[in-house]
Design a protein around this ligand. Structure first.
Ligand code: SAM
Length: 429
């Protein structure tokens, strides 16, 4: 497909950024690997979009048109396109990026999978207004806004092509979990200024990493590995990127508000719930008194290990605009609701339950044992993405459980596993 608009660069730093992703398309991917695995993650996962953006109320039969702005070498684009193709879901996925090198890799990966539901657009996301694309039901912008000269302008450009009832999935860097990164970036600006050729800068970065003093915070930070495992593109992106800024929770919420958006869900919700991390009753009472943004900010500051925020967001309710109704969310207790595992099946989830009745999750070094009710195992074994809550309840009733006991156990199981983004509700047919 021919480019519809320019590869506009807004300042000299942005030109360096564009040159970086031409030289080092990100992330490093080999199209031959498509034969053995699909890269899956957040945001942009079909089941998460169904659940967190549309509240499991948007029919699966309704075509879904998605945009991946700054799609890079195609991880998110391919994931959603493949998930839609596998599930027979109508609609399309549009990949948009300025990098011609990334386009080549993303297209080769899509060809390797035989995907036919992707449109390719070369250009700057800043030129979306008036470009004649959209409207899109879902817009994904993963790891891009924090590189832009003006992230708010980028977000405004995205919302200009968002359908009125659509939603976004964003990933932006977060400061505390990136501890050490900006110090090494400062060092490299001195040793490998940005006017030097990329290969020379990379060489310096590799040498610095080999000799980084034991006290350097990046060496203490066990939760970042792009510079170690991400090849040249990973190392360059983390340590030599000409512009990246990190957002705390309140800074990101303010950025969203300026674009008329609000948070639908932080991924994973539990990571942003300070009550989970504060067993002390006095502290819990204080945390409970905080508003949702302050609570999420508290969890971010307490845990200190969030290196990127993944957030689904929707248009802020506009009470003055009767055309924008408040969002609906399916009731997980409704008999016709269909629970579905995000990636693993209910049977597999049941298998993860420990003898003490918990499932242990790990979030970047933080262990979180999730307590589940005694009936959780039996319930989860019946969760297959097809059975309704009513059918699951009826099966367990036939084995002797009372409706009240099932409802109590189902509510507790679903709430606990939804909070860790493992158990969701499927889109209605
Ligand atoms: C860190 S990569 C992220 C790629 C992909 N979203 C992912 O998470 O795997 C950032 C991407 O944003 C693209 N990008 C940066 N500024 C852009 C702009 N103004 N318009 C379109 N793409 C842009 C770059 O070319 C690059 O491919």
């Amino acid at each position: 497909m021919a480019p519809v608009y320019s590869r506009r660069m807004t300042d000299a730093t942005d030109a360096q950024l564009a040159a970086q992703y031409e030289a080092f398309p990100y992330p490093q991917r080999d199209p031959r690997d498509e034969a053995r695995r699909l890269v899956v993650g957040s945001p942009g996962h079909l089941r998460e979009i169904d659940h967190w953006v549309f509240g499991a109320t948007r029919p699966a039969a309704r075509p879904l048109h998605a945009l991946f702005a700054g799609g890079g070498t195609g991880d998110g684009t391919l994931m959603l396109a493949q998930q839609m193709a596998t599930a027979g879901r109508p609609g399309s996925v549009t990949w948009l990026d300025r990098s011609a090198a990334a386009l080549q890799i993303a297209q080769a990966r899509a060809a390797a999978r035989g995907l036919r539901n992707i449109f390719w657009q070369s250009g700057s996301l800043l030129d979306l207004p008036g470009a004649g694309l959209g409207p899109f039901d879902y817009i994904d912008c993963c790891g891009v806004l924090h590189h832009l000269p003006d992230p708010a302008a980028g977000l405004r450009a995205l919302t200009s092509v968002l359908a009125p009832d659509g939603g976004l999935g964003l990933m932006v860097y977060a400061p505390y979990g990136r501890t050490g990164v900006y110090m090494v970036q400062d060092a490299l600006r001195l040793l490998a200024p940005s006017d030097q050729p990329p290969a020379a800068r990379l060489d310096v970065a590799r040498r610095v990493m080999r000799h980084l003093p034991a006290t350097a915070w990046l060496r203490q930070n066990r939760f970042l590995d792009d510079h170690v495992n991400g090849g040249d593109p990973g190392l360059y992106d983390l340590l030599l990127n000409p512009r990246d800024r990190a957002f705390t929770v309140p800074q990101l919420v303010a950025l969203l508000a300026r674009a008329g958006l609000r948070v639908a869900c932080w991924i994973e919700p539990l990571r942003y719930d300070p009550l989970f991390w504060l067993p002390d009753p006095k502290l819990r009472a204080r945390a409970e008194a905080l508003d949702p943004t302050a609570r999420a900010a508290l969890a971010e500051a307490l845990t200190g290990n969030i290196s990127a925020h993944i957030v689904y967001c929707v248009r802020a309710d506009a009470p003055s605009d009767p055309a924008t109704p408040p969002r609906q969310r399916a009731d997980p207790l409704a008999p016709d609701a269909v629970p579905i595992g995000r990636e693993v099946t209910g049977e597999q989830l049941a298998g993860f339950i420990q003898p003490d009745g918990t499932i242990t999750m790990a979030f970047d070094g933080l262990r979180a044992p999730i307590p589940l009710p005694a009936m959780a195992k039996a319930i989860l074994r019946l969760v297959d993405g097809k059975r309704t809550v009513g059918e699951i309840g009826a099966t367990l009733a036939s084995r002797g459980s009372t409706p009240e006991a099932f409802t109590r156990a189902w509510r507790a199981t679903f709430t606990a596993l939804e909070q860790v983004n493992r158990l969701l509700l499927a889109a209605p047919a």
